[in-house]
Design a protein around this ligand. Sequence first.
Ligand SMILES: NC(=O)c1ccc[n+]([C@@H]2O[C@H](COP(=O)([O-])OP(=O)(O)OC[C@H]3O[C@@H](n4cnc5c(N)ncnc54)[C@H](OP(=O)(O)O)[C@@H]3O)[C@@H](O)[C@H]2O)c1
Length: 325
Amino acid sequence: MKAVVVTVLGGPEVLQLQQVEDPELKDGEVLIKVKAAALNRLDSFQRQGVFAPPPGSSPYPGLECSGIIEAIGKHVSRWKVGDQVCALLCGGGYAEKVAVPAGQVLPVPPGISLKDAATFPEVACTVWSTIFMMSRLSSGETLLIHGGSSGIGTFAIQMAKYWGARVFVTAGSEEKLAACKDLGADVCINYKTEDFVVRVKEETGGKGVDVILDSLGQAYFRRNLDSLNFDGRLFLIGTMSGSVTELDLRVVLSKRLTIQAAGLRVRSPENKAVIIREVEENVWPAIVAGKVKPVVYKHFPLSEAAEAHQLMETSQHIGKILLFP
Ligand SMILES: NC(=O)c1ccc[n+]([C@@H]2O[C@H](COP(=O)([O-])OP(=O)(O)OC[C@H]3O[C@@H](n4cnc5c(N)ncnc54)[C@H](OP(=O)(O)O)[C@@H]3O)[C@@H](O)[C@H]2O)c1
């Protein structure tokens, strides 16, 4: 098969489409003929050598895909050859075929095209397992999402609105904020021209928000704590601005704050299967009802993975970028 290979660690240009061995299908796995793979920021970090693929996973990038099941391993009962599916991968999505544990596979939601379904698994599992499963965001609460126009952000806005939350976002341009508003965001903050802590306080009568989803880390840590309400929860899913910070524990104590962090990729297949089941139960109905839609910015042929990464790293995009084998 053909797959996108990280030929050496470096810039987008190191990505090359090459002929490689087909993936080996193990017990409990299905083999998917890939129709679309979606980019994630983590793919850039893998290409640069910031995050290596976990042991045992495919060396090729790609954390989510959609496609058609081509073969079934032993002990798989739910899926059959020919099923149209999308899947949460541990890597290997930038390829013509990928093998994945059956527990990480989801049906294509009715009403969604096979290719657009590739936009959902990674963002749905990340957002559901963090602000919903762990931070327990509930209807009527307030949520602040940093990077509202990102792949994660565009999904989180829609899901949180469906859940009945009041949604605040930050983003770096008026165009991005307009897109967030169209997706349902209630309070849109341009972090380049406004102090988000001040705006959050203004919009919440001085209280702060109940939950924050943050991928910046260091630069926002103290300001995130200042933006939280009593019993507020900060969920950290990335450290794009740095990872070292100081913490005044009195802020956490006095406001009864919870600080949590998690990475999806390094979870075990069993743990991912639990999240996938919850996503199918809680998120898929929102997609089927048309309340959560795929947000596709641009698609490229698999041979142009380098150009797709270049685009992602300009951060111009709103939503997801796809690769088509
Ligand atoms: N923990 C997990 O399990 C998990 C899973 C998936 C993703 N993530 C993390 O979630 C974040 C978003 O992922 P994604 O794939 O949705 O990203 P994405 O679509 O590439 O969007 C990232 C956005 O972040 C904003 N940004 C702010 N500061 C930045 C900086 N220093 N460098 C780059 N971008 C910056 C940019 O928008 P502005 O113009 O508005 O600044 C950019 O568009 C990443 O940090 C990713 O690693 C974590």
